[in-house]
Design a protein around this ligand. Structure first.
Ligand SMILES: *[C@@H]1O[C@H](CO)[C@@H](O)[C@H](O)[C@H]1NC(C)=O
Ligand SMILES: *[C@@H]1O[C@H](CO)[C@@H](O)[C@H](O)[C@H]1NC(C)=O
Length: 607
């Protein structure tokens, strides 16, 4: 469908909505009336503009799999306990905690109301100008990403309204040329599955299946490896397609939670089969990459060589491929032991080569996860560390704490705690109390001993800043005073050496790890850190309508805003803030596992 006719369809939908509003506004309360329009309450039978819900299910594959791997049989086991046993809380602590939780909910509702009145059913609301945005297929990314958060926050009327609206989304086509299969999987499929697992509303299962049927078409290639940036219109014309030779690890390695859960709830093994083919390749090649134990950020899905590139990281472009290993093991109650093995083997390597201790004031015992580059050939492997902290990389703390509990490795739990403390530290020392997208540090030689040394830090700033670079031998002629002036001008906190990307785009990874670590340890300081993070974010990102990404957090005050509010603000960031101040048995990590978009899925548990 062309962009034009899609708009015309929207106009018809909106006209229908206004009509329904006039019929039903008397039954709505004041919050509803503050919005421009609303859906009537419905049991799902009055769907508007449903589109063709069976469209992708009828697609006839060019390369059907010759056989399907069956879903694992057998009884799930009781895996080791993840959550700590919490002590009873004092009435004062409880009061403070609940006040904080209510503050998070207020922010969510404020943003939700604006989305609802100004950008309903579009992907995003621009939080300053109030425009609609459609970068994620135009299928209502914010709406779908928010469903489970609405449920979790007890907003049942809003949830019902949102589900009714979501049931009308047509996945038959899109206004984009190309679809990110990864983003569609984690946001839409994850969003529907989670809301279904929480509420049991079968309209959500139907939508999950529709998205799953669509994504499954991206796997219709000669070797059944997915096209990760997918030409959906080509597939609608039944064109043949091949997997790409350059694919990001995260984009090919992060299907397992959603696809396996979808196979379980539909009892159809096709999605399980699709993801296991990828997992088998990852497993078989894990020890023969340039950095054995890990996979590079770029892999070749066309010729199935997953070990030829040089950069290895747990951060951007790789992240959730690692995150999904322990989580899939948990999802399946141990029925897929290869995920446990792959997790342990990869973390052995990452702890050795990626995770480092930065040189910071007070010699704080914290860790950061950086990028390892392999240079040189076979017998003379040279692994070089790039000591860069990334906001995206902040999920590693939660992953290792969770994974460590599941496989009973205390080293992982402690490493996860120090990685989380590293992100909390980065928030605390940043001028506004918000960590930037990326920063560099001076790595210590040893994880055990790293005394603060101001001169060493300034040398690090000099080296990376390029200050001395127009001199023949580096720092020639650059004085300490020059370095000091540079640090002052750029607002670089002690411990950082450089900030290549000073944005904060409402990302969740730091609070995600704080939440997980809190549930695992019960450490009360984490609640205080969470509150500091929340207040800093809320005060600096607030707009008249909602909350906005910041273009630069390395300023003393009034950070410039960039008029963007991605759906993960609703789906992840505010959900984790809400949960960390909530009851500790709500969505227990012993019963649920969160996908990389913070959508909780039910774990298989022994009967
Ligand atoms: C990779 O090596 C580790 C030992 O370092 C071993 O435990 C694991 O089974 C190996 N994986 C494969 C697929 O051979
Ligand atoms: C725990 O993890 C560390 C780091 O990966 C590893 O060296 C150690 O062998 C693991 N311990 C066990 C009991 O597996």
């Amino acid at each position: 469908m062309s962009l034009f006719s899609r708009r015309r369809l929207s106009a018809i939908i909106f006209a229908a909505l206004f009509f329904f509003l006039f019929l039903s506004f008397r039954s709505l309360n004041s919050r509803d009336l503050s919005s421009t329009y609303s859906y009537p309450a419905t049991d799902g039978s009055q769907q508007i503009g449903t589109g063709d819900s069976g469209y992708w299910a009828r697609y006839i594959p060019h390369y059907p799999p010759s056989s399907l791997r069956p879903l694992p049989r057998g009884k799930p086991s009781a895996l080791p306990k993840v959550q700590t046993t919490f002590k009873t809380e004092s009435p004062t602590d409880r009061e403070v905690r609940l006040k904080r939780q209510a503050a998070v909910k207020d922010v969510f509702l404020r943003c939700w109301d604006s989305y609802r009145s100004k950008a309903w059913l579009s992907d995003e609301l621009s939080p300053i100008t109030g425009q609609k945005r459609g970068h994620f297929g135009g299928w209502g990314a914010t709406l779908v990403d928010s469903l489970d958060t609405l449920w979790i926050m007890g907003l049942r009327r809003e949830f019902e309204e949102a589900v009714t609206a979501a049931a009308t989304i047509s996945f038959k086509t899109t206004n984009l040329n190309e679809i990110s299969v990864f983003e569609t999987n984690i946001r839409y499929l994850g969003g529907f599955l989670s809301a279904y697992d929480l509420s049991g509303d079968r309209r959500l299962l139907q939508k999950a299946k529709e998205v799953g049927d669509m994504l499954y078409v991206a796997f219709d290639t000669p070797n059944r490896m997915p096209v990760t940036r997918w030409d959906i219109h080509g597939s609608a014309r039944h064109q043949m397609q091949m997997a790409d030779a350059h694919v990001l690890l995260a984009e090919i390695g992060s299907f397992s939670l959603e696809f396996i859960r979808l196979s379980l709830v539909t009892n159809d093994p096709k999605w399980f089969d699709a993801v296991q083919r990828i997992t088998e390749l990852l497993h078989d090649q894990q020890n023969s990459t340039q950095l054995p134990g890990m996979w590079p950020v770029i892999v070749n899905a066309r010729n199935e060589k997953f070990g030829d590139h040089y950069d290895y990281t747990l951060g951007a472009m790789a992240d959730s491929a690692y995150e999904y290993l322990p989580k899939t093991y948990a999802l399946m109650g141990g029925l897929l032991p290869e995920y446990k093995e792959m997790y342990e083997v990869s973390m052995n390597t990452a702890i050795q080569h990626n995770i480092f201790r930065p040189l910071v004031p007070d010699s704080k015992d914290i860790l950061i996860s950086g990028t390892a580059s392999v240079r040189g050939k076979d017998d003379e492997h040279h692994v070089r560390l790039r000591p860069e902290g990334q906001h995206l990389g902040c999920f590693t703390g939660g992953m290792l704490a969770l994974g460590g509990k599941l496989v009973q490795n205390q080293t992982h739990v402690e490493t996860g705690a120090k990685l989380t403390d590293g992100c909390v530290w980065a928030y605390k020392v940043s001028p506004l109390g918000i960590m930037p997208e990326t920063f560099y540090t001076v790595p210590c030689e040893s994880k055990e001993h790293c005394p603060w040394d101001e001169n060493k830090w300034m040398d690090g700033v000099l080296e990376i800043s390029g200050l001395g670079s127009n001199n023949a031998n580096g720092n020639n002629g650059v004085t300490r005073d020059d370095v000091q002036a540079f640090i002052k001008k750029k607002n670089i906190p002690k411990g950082f050496t450089y900030v290549p990307d000073g944005r904060y785009i409402l990302r969740p990874e730091a609070i995600e790890s704080v939440f997980i670590l809190y549930r695992i340890t019960g450490r009360k300081d984490l609640l205080e850190s969470a509150w500091d993070m929340f207040t800093a974010i809320e005060e600096n990102t607030r707009t008249e309508l909602a909350s906005s990404a910041l273009a630069d957090v390395m300023v003393e005050k009034n950070p410039p805003k960039s008029d963007s509010m991605e759906s993960f603000w609703f789906g992840e960031t505010l959900k984790y803030f809400y949960l960390v101040f909530g009851e500790t048995d709500a969505l227990s990590l012993d019963e649920w596992v969160f996908n990389t978009e913070a959508h909780p899925l039910k774990r298989l548990l022994p009967a």
